[in-house]
Design a protein around this ligand. Structure first.
Ligand SMILES: [Zn+2]
Length: 383
């Protein structure tokens, strides 16, 4: 059994934290001993911290509970629509299409009254292709009620902690973008992964949902940048794969009377998304896709993927302040070699790129791919 105690707000200088104690009876692992989960924002967002509901915690802990055979009980009520969604179709759909999930029961009072809501429209400020696609697609659109007002920079489990230089550099980039283009930036920090560690790759919808629901009184609409196209929707063996495959069902289930979450960008493939992003100058100074550093290293798989996509559509020269464009064109065979290497490895992400370059992959590029493979093997042996 997981007990979600009563959430409360604590003020600390210029910050406010939504806190809630989580008690886990018979924890199944050392990584999930329970404790107090905090979610910290600047004081200006304190009025939106939603202490009146257990909603955020149920979402944040649900996958853990189902994976580890726990029921959940809450001291504070759950929003009726959310509990209706989870209890009448979401949990059963996942359990009946999984190998190992437990049918978690949720014991909680139901709150049918509607919370106040500030009407903000948001999306994540990771400033990668997906994030920019969402920003560009939903700004100054023909649907004014759906235009983005705020970007959010949540720290709920991605690889780098809030003290790291990578985090600081990425946050600075998002701040500068918001300042230049007039968006508000909501920065938050949480220890949810320290209290209950979960594999971010398999649970990111749940932890992101947690962060969105902690500010349930702020968001009216939230765009979640999709990780899989709608056409790949499946529930089959959902416990073994990243939750992107059933994201449509998740965002539907995690929406309430005051908050609607959308899966954003799932109608396009990555190359099509990159096209839309590159057609707008918003991203030229701020695009940030790197897997390793706070700025684009130009060497990792995601940097190479994005640079080559921008090259394929003839837009790379617009990004010379965020990517090593001169180096790219001066060492073309090296980058073609990297495309060849990823293609040969069967990386799904390079499927739409390879056809654009296959005639430019020279013998020298293939040799470079071989050299790159050899160096990777060598560095693995050194470890
Ligand atoms: Zn990189």
């Amino acid at each position: 059994m997981i007990t979600i105690k009563k959430p409360f707000i604590e003020h600390e200088g210029e910050y406010a934290s939504l806190k809630c104690e989580i008690i886990i009876q018979d924890p199944t692992s050392e990584n999930a001993r329970g404790g107090v989960i905090f979610f910290k924002v600047k004081n200006e967002y304190a009025p939106y911290l939603t202490y009146e509901r257990s909603d955020a915690y149920i979402i944040g802990l649900l996958k853990y509970a189902m994976s580890n055979k726990h029921d959940i009980q809450c001291e504070t009520p759950v929003s009726e629509t959310l509990l209706f969604n989870l209890d009448t179709f979401f949990i059963d759909s996942l359990v009946s299409n999984s190998k190992n999930l437990y049918r978690t029961k949720i014991y909680a009072d139901i709150a049918s009254d509607v919370l106040p809501n500030d009407g903000a429209v948001g999306t994540g400020a990771s400033m990668g292709i997906d994030s920019f696609h969402s920003i560009i697609n939903h700004s100054k659109s023909r649907f004014p009620q759906h235009d983005i007002t705020h970007l959010s920079f949540h720290n709920v489990g991605a690889s780098y902690g809030s003290g790291s230089s990578v985090y600081k550099e990425r946050l600075h980039n998002a701040e500068m973008f918001c300042k230049e283009y007039g968006y508000k930036l909501v920065v938050s920090d949480s220890n949810i992964q320290d209290v209950i560690w979960q594999d971010h790759y398999l649970t990111h919808h749940y932890t992101s949902g947690f962060a969105i629901f902690c500010l349930q009184k702020l968001w009216k609409v939230y765009y979640y940048a999709s990780s899989s196209p709608y056409s790949e929707f499946t529930l089959k063996n959902n416990d073994l794969y990243a939750p992107g495959r059933y994201e449509l069902l998740t965002v539907y289930a995690f929406s309430t009377d005051i908050l609607k979450i959308y899966s954003e960008g799932a109608t396009k493939n990555r190359l099509e998304k990159t096209h839309l992003v590159a057609d707008s100058p918003l991203s030229y100074k701020y695009l940030n896709v790197c897997m390793i550093q706070g700025h684009n290293c130009g060497e990792c798989e995601k940097c190479i993927r994005t640079m080559t996509m921008l090259d394929a559509i003839g837009s790379l020269n617009n990004y010379s302040s965020v990517f090593p464009v001169d180096k790219y064109y001066n060492n073309y065979d090296y980058y073609m070699g990297r495309i060849y290497y990823y293609h040969k490895r069967g990386l799904h992400a390079f499927d739409s790129i390879y056809p654009h370059f296959k005639d430019k992959i020279t013998f020298k590029a293939k040799l470079n791919a071989l050299k790159y493979t050899f160096n990777l093997i060598k560095s693995k042996f050194r470890k």
